[in-house]
Design a protein around this ligand. Structure first.
Ligand code: ZN
Length: 314
């Protein structure tokens, strides 16, 4: 039996997990991400943490097939990252850099794509070969898996669904600089923003008005409890989300779409609300696309990262 590591590199912490080749997660831990000095310490910190684990468990070099790593930015198949702004990284080859530090083969992917691969392999996408994951968190990200493999794109930027334009009338800019991106409506931040706009429109009573700062969770909780204003906000949100998902399904027509990120804590309620809008907007041949909520939570990234290494070196 061979073993390996899956590393999920985020802007505040690095999740590391140790797997056997069957994909059983045997151990996991986290270290902080040191973004000082343009992130120069990040890979050495990871290498040191892995080495400590190898020493502590007395693992042999022969038993280890390699390391997979998800990074928060565009990365191509050769391992060249192209500016991970959260980390301060410019352009360099992660395979070479982490490989040199650890003496192990390394395979890197974009974090959202890698999480999609993890869900496809061991999570809600298990059993499907063509799937898409859409993450509805602070922003909107995503990943595509075709024939069991990540679609990275020619520039490492495939699956950046969040910047499809949904509303040409928008006056406020998205983080990317454009106006009216899906991310401005479909993210958790988007739900809160829609609520804020609704509350400003008139003085209709709502429990949302009693809160200092309205979050996506507040909107979902109050909506489920029947608050009229929250219900209206959710109806607007579901309409945006359904149309957005219909658009992305036109490009890829997957077997399954896995929804992840904070908004998905709303579970089946979210799927039920979104579905009529999806069906209204989607191209007829993609009506059969199945939707599910991600099931691996914060571990999706390490599962997917290890799967990358397993496919490359196993
Ligand atoms: Zn945008």
């Amino acid at each position: 039996m061979k073993y390996g590591f899956g590393v999920d590199l985020g802007g505040t912490s690095v999740k590391i997990a140790y797997f056997n080749e069957e994909g059983t997660l045997l151990d996991k831990w986290e270290i902080p991400t040191d973004v000082r000095q343009d992130g120069v310490n990040i890979l050495p910190d990871i290498a040191r943490s892995l080495q400590e684990y190898v020493d502590q468990k007395q693992l042999t070099r022969e038993s280890l097939l390699g390391i997979g790593i998800g990074v928060p930015g565009p990365v191509d198949d050769e391992g060249v990252v192209n500016c991970c702004e959260n980390l301060g990284w410019g352009v360099f080859n992660v395979h070479d850099a982490l490989g040199e530090l650890t003496g192990l083969p390394v395979k890197a992917g974009n974090d959202a794509n890698v999480a999609a691969l993890g869900e496809c392999w061991k999570g809600s996408g298990k059993g499907s070969k063509n799937m898409m994951m859409v993450t509805l968190g602070t922003g909107v990200g995503g990943g595509l898996v075709a024939d069991g493999k990540i679609v990275a794109g020619a520039h490492g930027a495939a699956g950046e669904f969040g910047h499809l334009v949904l509303n040409r009338e928008e006056t406020e800019p998205c983080g990317c600089g454009k106006k009216g991106c899906a991310e401005q409506y479909c993210s958790a931040t988007g739900v809160a923003r829609l609520a804020q706009k609704r509350l400003e429109r008139d003085a209709e009573p709502s429990v949302l008005r009693t809160l200092e700062r309205v979050t996506a969770r507040d909107v979902f909780d109050s909506g489920k409890a029947g608050d009229k204003v929250a219900v209206q906000v959710l109806e607007q949100y579901f309409a945006y989300l359904g149309e957005f998902l219909a658009d992305v399904c036109c490009v890829f027509d997957p077997e399954k779409v896995i929804l992840g990120g904070g908004v998905c804590k709303a579970g089946q309620f979210l799927l039920d609300g979104m579905m009529p809008h999806y069906l209204k907007n989607v191209f007829h041949a993609s009506r059969g696309v199945k939707f599910a909520i991600a099931s691996l939570g914060n571990d999706a990234g390490t599962y997917g990262a290890f799967k990358l290494a397993l496919d490359a070196f196993g």
